[in-house]
Design a protein around this ligand. Structure first.
Ligand code: BJW
Ligand code: ZN
Length: 268
């Protein structure tokens, strides 16, 4: 159980009630209590690979079968997971802000869709596990098929001794319009975030009075730069994390513990 000081909660509540533009940034930690492994924590390995090694355009170009196995596995895992109290506390905050005429934005680095499932409207900075993009015609489509193609059925097991399926490219997910190879519609390392998404993010940070940073290691740009932007603009930053991160010392409030507990206490 997280031990939060009542005085910190009271000070935070006072800032929250005065704020007229509130933004929340979330990362993998908010979904940890739903059973989804974080990237840089325990369980971040798939077979012998770190998730971040496979989340690159180079990995997909070299071995699309391997990368699709990895994303198929994650689709299976996430499809069995439900939002947790942290997701619901943020959804309730959005409703409260709407009712009070405040500007509210939720920016998430997560691709799991759990914020939306809990009733939030979220800007998906890194795309979605549930969308595909065609490499040939660039068509983006929602896709919740399970498995996403017959060849991936039963594949994607995460254990180190499992052999890669080596699925021929023609049997991997293909575009319904042009039969081109599909890729997950996510943002990999070295790729730019989608311009319309970046605009929404920077709009949400501009003149933001209070930024809540929840469950992110704050090492991946550009999201890692959001807290300094808000602080530099004179806003408050509150961090919710089980550990310290590179932004912790610059935060006005630090609520240490599982976000499913700390968010409920601080926003409750
Ligand atoms: C709990 C908890 C609980 C656990 N409660 N908390 C400037 C300087 C240097 C480098 C760059 C730069 N600008 C761009 C770069 C390159 C790169 C980058 O930032 N690299 C750094 C690692 C140095 N960035 C990019 O490439 C980005 N593109 C870009 O900026 O384009 C322009 C450009 C390109 C190249 C050069 C210069 C400019 C794109 C980044 C895309 C990231 N993609 C991924 C994969 C997405 C798809 C997928 O999921 O498969 O996004 S990587 C991965 O990291 C994923 C995550 O969204 C992202 C962030 O991770 P997150 O969410 O913080 O998770 P963790 O695991 O790291 O942390 C979890 C946290 O939760 C921990 O703190 C725990 O303590 C905590 N926690 N349980 C509360 N219960
Ligand atoms: Zn196509």
């Amino acid at each position: 159980m997280a031990h939060l000081r009542q005085a910190d909660i009271d000070n935070f509540s006072a800032v929250l009630s005065k704020a007229s533009k509130i933004t929340v940034l979330t990362g993998a930690g908010i979904s940890a209590e739903s059973g989804i492994p974080t990237f840089r924590g325990q369980g971040g390995l798939w077979r012998t690979w770190s998730a971040t090694e496979l989340a690159t355009p180079e990995a997909f170009a070299a071995d699309p079968s391997l990368v699709w196995e990895f994303y198929h596995y994650r689709r299976v895992v996430v499809s069995k997971c439900k939002p947790n109290p942290g997701h619901y506390a943020i959804a309730a905050l959005e409703q409260r802000c709407k009712k009070d005429g405040k500007v509210f934005s939720l920016l998430t680095q997560n691709i799991d869709g759990l914020h939306q499932e809990s009733g939030s409207t979220a800007v998906e900075l890194h795309g979605s596990l549930w969308k595909t993009r065609c490499l040939t015609c660039e068509n983006v489509e929602e896709n919740r098929d399970m498995p996403i193609c017959p060849a991936l059925d039963g594949k994607g097991a995460p254990d180190v001794d499992v052999k890669d399926a080596r699925i021929p490219t023609i049997e991997l997910p293909r575009c319904k319009k042009c039969n081109g190879l599909l890729r997950p519609h996510v943002v990999w390392f070295g790729e730019s975030l989608f311009p319309e998404v970046l605009k929404q993010a920077y709009d949400a940070l501009y003149h933001c009075d209070l930024l809540l940073v929840v469950g992110t290691s704050a090492v991946v740009q550009p999201a890692a730069g959001f807290a300094p932007i808000v602080k530099g603009g004179g806003g408050y930053v509150a961090e919710f994390n089980i550990e310290d991160t590179p932004i912790s010392r610059a935060c006005s409030f630090k609520f240490q513990g599982k976000s499913g507990e700390t968010l409920v206490r601080a926003l409750g």
